[in-house]
Design a protein around this ligand. Sequence first.
Ligand SMILES: Nc1ncnc2c1ncn2[C@@H]1O[C@H](COP(=O)(O)OP(=O)(O)OP(=O)(O)O)[C@@H](O)[C@H]1O
Ligand SMILES: [Mg+2]
Length: 239
Amino acid sequence: MKVYAIGNLKGGVGKTTTTVNLAYSFARLGKKVLVIDLDPQKNCTPFFTKASEYDHTVRDVLDEPDSICDAIYETRYLLIDIIKGSAKSMKEEATDRLKIALDIIKEDYDICLIDTRPVFDSLTKNALYAADVLLTPVKFDNFCRDNLSMVEDAYHEIMDENIKLEWKVFANMTANAKAQRVSSMDLLAKHDYPFMDSCISRTAVVDNALSLYKPVAKHRSGSMVAEDFIDLAKELLEG
Ligand SMILES: Nc1ncnc2c1ncn2[C@@H]1O[C@H](COP(=O)(O)OP(=O)(O)OP(=O)(O)O)[C@@H](O)[C@H]1O
Ligand SMILES: [Mg+2]
């Protein structure tokens, strides 16, 4: 099982959108996927299943890693399971809890995607400690250079504990995907941030799909942005 933590210290850059649409794309490519909603906002969970107050959640997994199987639910999509989010995920805790839990079920899935919140706290550290890859969506604007430099610092801090962690960055919300990416890359030219070739177009299809709690490919199967997410998934599978 390859574990991706979808993370950025900036809010609203598309972490949840990426988690949802990559999960759906990997499943379309025949991969068995586990989604973990580690953000106390729980934005990811309703895209996949209903939640009730009696559910086991990621909070239970962090409290008792051995109980992870009780917290895994099937979703409305074939090949995708979920560990639901919890608003109670706020306390300080050891950073190795999620890793201990995921080691128990690592043979059961091809891919695990963890949606995180834009704070470098013990919750996010649990995701980064368990992950093989920190996958960072970035929205190109005047602030993105400072934003990426903060993520880079966090990445290096966690590398002290998780030496195998790779960092991959991709551009989200690009107008005319490839063209803008080239011009935006000039902005970052002096840095060697690990940008992927794939990028995700900005389009109202994403917001429309979000308002229906659907992956974009479910909402508009032939749309360019649905293809963008498939391309991103394929590039990740290539390594
Ligand atoms: N490629 C895109 N095109 C258009 N809108 C997008 C795109 N990606 C994300 N958005 C919109 O940006 C908003 C924020 O997206 P999302 O919730 O995924 O961000 P986030 O990083 O998870 O935010 P938070 O930090 O609050 O968890 C949403 O309204 C979403 O529809
Ligand atoms: Mg989010």
